[in-house]
Design a protein around this ligand. Sequence first.
Ligand SMILES: Nc1nc2c(c(=O)[nH]1)N[C@H]1C(S)=C(S)[C@@H](COP(=O)(O)O)O[C@H]1N2
Ligand SMILES: [Mo]
Length: 273
Amino acid sequence: MPSKSKRILALILLLGILMLGGCTSKENTEQSVDVSTQTENTKSKDEDIKVSKEDNSASNIPEEEISQELASNVNKEDSEEKLESSKEPKPIQAPEKQENNDIAKTNSAEPSLAEAHKVEEKVEANTLKIQGNIANKLNLTLAELKSMNDIIFEDEFYSLNSFGTTGHTSFKGVKLWSLLEQKAKISPNASKITLIATDGYSMEFTVNQVKKLDYIDETNPEKKFPMIIAWEEKGIEYDVADGPPYKLIVGQKEAGDVNKPQWVSNIDRIIVE
Ligand SMILES: Nc1nc2c(c(=O)[nH]1)N[C@H]1C(S)=C(S)[C@@H](COP(=O)(O)O)O[C@H]1N2
Ligand SMILES: [Mo]
């Protein structure tokens, strides 16, 4: 009997030790979890501080909120990227720009002078350059071109584009071959002429194609056309604000010839090779 009670005591003791041991190990686990959560919390607090700092300097709370909402839907790295992008100096620059605008608005004399200068520069930039295998390199203003009375041509041209759209349009300009022959003094061994627009669009022709004076209008067999550099369409001069006011106009080589894509607008230069 006493050995039985000893055994029971021993069992109780063992249970007590086991229970104690279990509790301690649980506590230890909880503690280590606590530590890690604290570090996480500290991290996120740091982030919050960063964000709120940005908020203050950018004074752009709604955008920040949106980016944070977006961030919660994706993984952490992505969300950090989103936060980064929303931290870009854009919102900070905005008020500075406004200030500059205010200064510009209050100072009325200087901007108008600057504007006038810009318009002048634009008109000057709108010269027609003729370069390459010629004796007279030319840099013609619209006024100079318009004064070339001996080579002016004016008529209604027929156009056909690649979609099959057709039309008749009146143009006024100078004959391109006359311009090259009489004014630019094209070299007798020149063979190629390239017209280049300010947008990079360009068209290449042989000298013989430019020399040709009998381009047609398939709807009007009696008429013959030279290639022209026009500055006026339907009785209205091109707006110099839209770029160099020069457009190549060419008729058809034969019936069905898709000629409209060859009508180079805003010609910047003509290169002779
Ligand atoms: N500078 C320049 N000229 C251009 C073009 C262009 O893109 N740039 N497109 C050509 C093409 S493909 C056509 S059909 C006609 C279109 O002329 P529109 O714009 O007067 O209709 O312009 C031609 N001249
Ligand atoms: Mo076109």
